[in-house]
Design a protein around this ligand. Structure first.
Ligand code: AMP
Length: 216
């Protein structure tokens, strides 16, 4: 199975991709996570991407296409994958098609489009934190004790992504509407798009995705 989790930043792509990855035993590829790791390790890609990411803008297509080319030529993605955060431009979508055409398997590509309105996304993202001890992502709105990680119990280990500050979130949403949202029309014209309401509870979103995938 080849899935693309598509939607605005903060709509729940990463959360759903993780769940679906363990359910279907296919790797979750988050281009945002790959870039953040490159920034952390100060690789050449990381050094080029850091400031762009801090501003909430898109890393140039040439860098992203090189990155995704490497990912898709990796053995691990041979039997399928869940892409989270890619493609974000029409050029990326076209290049992805070229890459997949050159790979031997004939698995179908299906896009899961998670929808939510901007104000909900701003509220969600500004309360999003990562536990620096276990790496899990939580939302301060939904946990009882905001100083304690519900996954590993560590105290005061939450960190906020730089691009989860409100002004940057709004810029990321602007970039999404201007540049990334049109990509969905590319897929509507060229293949499978399954739309799911991203404002539902996490388990409900997963159930709807699975139901739609089964029907498809
Ligand atoms: P994410 O974790 O998916 O929200 O991505 C975080 C940031 O990484 C984005 O705001 C972009 O700056 C960069 N990024 C991730 N994926 C892409 C992509 N496919 N194209 C361009 N920039 C990307």
């Amino acid at each position: 199975m080849r899935l693309i989790l598509f939607g605005a930043p903060g709509v729940g792509k990463g959360t759903q991709a993780k769940i679906l990855s363990s359910k279907f035993h296919i790797p979750h590829i988050s281009t945002g996570d790959i870039l953040r790791s490159a920034v952390y390790k100060k690789t050449e890609l990381g050094l080029q991407a850091k400031e762009i990411m801090d501003r909430g803008e898109l890393v140039p297509d040439d860098l992203m296409l090189k990155l995704i080319g490497e990912v898709l030529h990796d053995e691990k993605t041979k039997n399928g994958f869940i892409l989270d955060g890619f493609p974000r431009t029409i050029q990326q979508a076209e290049k992805l098609d070229d890459l997949l055409e050159n790979l031997s398997t004939k698995k179908k590509l299906c896009v899961i489009f998670l929808s939510a309105d901007d104000e909900l996304i701003v509220r969600r993202l500004s309360m999003r934190r990562t536990c620096s001890a276990c790496g899990n992502i939580i939302n301060l709105n939904y946990i009882e004790d905001p100083s304690s990680c519900p996954y590993c119990g560590s105290k005061n280990t939450f960190i906020k992504r730089k691009d989860d500050e409100e002004d940057i979130i709004r810029n990321r949403l602007k970039v999404f509407h201007e540049t990334t949202a049109p990509v969905i029309n590319y897929y509507k014209d060229n293949g499978c798009v399954l739309e799911v309401d991203g404002t539902l509870a996490v388990e409900e979103v997963t159930a709807k995705i699975v139901e739609k995938l089964e029907k498809y």
